[in-house]
Write a protein that binds this ligand. Structure first.
Ligand code: XMP
Length: 559
């Protein structure tokens, strides 16, 4: 710690009372260095310095409004009722002796606290996410006013630095890249090709069978147009589909797909003529992939990204992988892409997960009945003139920095998006095992849902084709109606929930900046209904749902 001007203790999934809670050296709290504790860090300060931390009566996820008690030091110039982003289960009930409460929220007594004398500060909310717009100002207050730091780092020259690093890391070896056509792998591949030479870098576009409609053609056009000759197309849909055909668990599907990519390497070694031991693998991994895969110290596994499966971890440890973008967020990667003069349509493309449609096509081993109007959910829905159905089909969420895998809720009845969204927020806070809430778009009598059930289904070509078609229709309509700019990403999901004939499509358009947090998109209801009707016409579609959950508590992708 010597030489540090200040310390920021971040959030994390632990509780300060857990036996495996992260440990800190005692001298940290002797008052020699300013500390800013965020979420878990805030609770840790309160715990160590003899305040009171307990499990909150309600878990709090998503937007909250900051009621300023004292606009001092780190809250200097922060306005009353500023929006902030929360994600916590435990809560500080009493600030430690010597601390003042600087702010509260409706459900949180100590949302910000300070011991100005010792320069200790704690925030229950997350100033580091873009959904806390005043967060940057709070960091500026802490870094410059409290810690006395000086700004002497600039983005200019970043590309040159990155290229130098790539050259030093790769040396004489060859680099093999799996390029999906998405932003991250394309930017990373371009960066490496520019830093080295097209002779030293090979790109491979693998058709996994989980790609979107026309993806291959679009990718080929882009690269041929750029005159790149170091790019190959590998059809491998049969291999990937065969490997996951009996799996329903999302993490298992992700692992298998990651392993399939690695097995392909061996095949390609021969086909492309790479000399064993003289090449390394290039990946477009970005920072959130690392955090959510649980490979930064103390982070919980939310999902294992395809480029973070155990076999890849092992290769990283052996120095066989280069990931030039691993410290950047998506918005920064886009900026690097622009500096590399990649076409805007490619740089601005919606993110698409490595395992592709495989994690947007939900599977189920068993058959389940749907639970009509369960009392705990229906009570909340009824207050807003709606009704609720619990679907025992689980999707992934992130609650208090932990992974959750919980039931889905469907709301029926007419309301504005803000009402659906408020009901979703209340349900995910108050009802256990609930992390995702949708509303029914298709105009069917709600009572028909009584007969709905989840059926056994796995990944197969027919289901993937249906999803591909629904995805293409959704994106075309969005573009045609000039609404593309309104969303940051638009996953379309297929779930084995049936009314007797077909399955269910769920729409998940979100707004975000860096994917660490997200809000469901507020598309016009008239558009949502028209899109729902268009999708309902597809053979094999019984219902269409719209997801109104933020991240947290639900992740962007359902699996
Ligand atoms: P979640 O669903 O965790 O997703 O909110 C955050 C962002 O990451 C994308 N995503 C992936 N990207 N490999 C990737 O390259 C993956 O395995 C993967 N899984 C999720 C997701 O689409 C969103 O933009």
């Amino acid at each position: 710690m010597s030489g540090a001007k200040g310390i920021i203790i971040s959030g994390g999934p632990s509780s300060v009372y857990a036996t495996d809670a992260p440990q800190f050296p005692k001298e940290l709290f002797e008052g020699k260095i300013p500390i800013l504790g965020l979420c878990y860090g805030h609770q840790l300060l309160a715990h160590v310095l003899k305040g009171r931390v307990e499990p909150g009566k309600e878990h709090e996820y998503g937007a909250a409004s900051l009621k300023i008690v004292l606009q001092d030091t780190i809250l200097k110039d922060i306005k009353d009722n500023a929006p902030v982003w929360m994600s916590h289960g435990d809560e500080v009930l009493e600030a430690p002796p010597g601390f003042q409460v600087l702010a509260r929220t409706k459900t949180c007594r100590v949302a910000a606290m300070a011991d100005v004398q010792r320069k200790f500060f704690g925030l229950q909310f997350h100033p580091e996410v873009t959904d806390t717009p005043c967060g940057t100002k709070i960091f500026i207050n802490f870094l410059f006013d409290v810690c006395g730091c000086v700004k002497d780092w600039h983005v200019k020259g970043l590309i040159d630095d990155l290229k130098d690093k790539i050259r030093a890391e790769v040396g004489e070896r060859h680099v093999l890249f799996f390029v999906s056509g998405g932003v991250d792998s394309t930017v990373a591949f371009t960066l490496c090709t520019n830093a080295l030479s097209p002779r030293q870098v090979t790109g491979v576009f693998v058709d996994t069978g989980f790609m979107r409609k026309n993806e291959r053609e679009e990718i080929e056009r882009t690269f041929i147009h750029r005159g790149w000759k170091n790019m190959y197309y590998v059809p491998a849909a049969d291999t990937f589909l065969e490997a996951v055909k009996n799996e329903s668990d999302p993490e298992t599907k992700r692992r298998i797909i990651g392993d399939c990519f690695l097995e392909l390497q061996t095949r390609l070694e021969n086909e492309i003529g790479l000399e064993p031991g003289k090449w390394i693998l290039g990946q477009g991994t970005i920072y959130p992939d690392t955090i959510e895969s649980g490979h930064s110290q103390e982070a919980s596994v939310i999902k294992t990204h395809h480029n973070r499966v155990p076999a890849v971890q092992e290769m990283i440890e052996r120095g066989l992988i280069i990931e030039p973008l691993k410290d950047f967020y998506k918005d920064e990667v886009r900026e690097i892409g622009r500096q590399l003069k990649l076409p805007e349509h490619l740089v601005a493309k919606y993110p698409f997960p490595g395992p592709g449609l495989a994690v947007r096509c939900l599977c189920s081993r068993e058959r389940f009945e749907i639970e009509p109007k369960p009392a705990d959910l229906d009570r909340i829905a009824k207050k807003r003139g709606l009704r609720a159905w619990r679907v025992p089909l689980r999707t992934v969420g992130v609650q208090g920095d932990h992974r959750s895998y919980s039931n889905l809720v469907i709301l029926t009845g007419q309301a504005g998006l803000e009402i659906y969204s408020e009901v979703a927020r209340t349900m995910t806070r108050k009802v256990r095992n609930t992390n995702r809430v949708t509303f029914l778009i298709t105009p069917i009598p709600p009572e028909r849902l009584n007969g709905a059930s989840v059926v056994s289904a796995f990944l197969d070509e027919k289901r993937l084709d249906l999803l591909r078609e629904a995805d293409a229709i959704s994106h075309e309509m969005l573009l045609k109606e000039g609404l593309s700019e309104e969303v940051w990403q638009f996953p379309v999901v297929l779930l084995p929930l049936t009314l007797g004939k077909g399955e269910t499509i769920a729409l998940r358009p979100v707004e975000s900046t860096d994917a660490m947090t997200a809000r469901h998109a507020n598309l016009p209801l008239s558009f949502i209904r028209r899109l729902g009707n268009a999708l309902k016409k597809l053979e094999g579609v019984d219902m269409v749902l719209y997801d109104v959950t933020d991240k947290p508590p639900a992740t962007i992708e359902w699996e």
